[in-house]
Design a protein around this ligand. Sequence first.
Ligand SMILES: [Zn+2]
Length: 219
Amino acid sequence: MLLYRPTGLHELQLLAGVGWRAWPPRLPDQPIFYPVVTFSYAEKIARDWNTIDEFSGFAGFVMRFQIDDAFAQRYPVQRAAGRAHEELWVPAEDLEELNRHIRGFIEVVSAYVGQRATLQVDPITKLPAGFSSPIIAPDGPGLSCPCCRTLTLSRRSGFEICPVCFWTDDGQDDPDADVVRDGPNAKLSLTTARQNFLACGAASAEFKDRVRAPLPFER
Ligand SMILES: [Zn+2]
């Protein structure tokens, strides 16, 4: 299951400290961990709330991560205000176990900087200066392909072609998924490519003969 979470600068530092692999423990006054189901809901919180919050460093980051479906099903989706606000309620004491079910890395998808923030964000990594991206091992999981979600990329926005779906990673992701960039993916928007992948196993039907199945560590 694909999940998102809006986070501030402080939590981002904790994530970097553990190699982007695990969510930090909750504080005593935070009994529930609330990952959300859609990018748009996470974006709204990161952009409209974290950027005016001092404890967040006046900056918001939308993080994306994947957990095993079987584990995710323990937590029914809660709807705060209709379908647009879907989230999971994970008790703080389950967080360690949730961390063990994370596949690959917790990745930053987009960043929002408030007027009172003092940091600058790298437009490619979406990380503040001084932060390191996840370290990818040759035979370990990479970063997730924004189209097919398998863990095939050694970096983001590097124009790598995903071997599982044949999408070229030009940096497009959830924030602008509907845009036709006319770049290496030509007239394909990311949204259309995702739909094509679900329908035919490739970002576009013309690539069907050029893709391969994901390797075990890419799933
Ligand atoms: Zn892919």
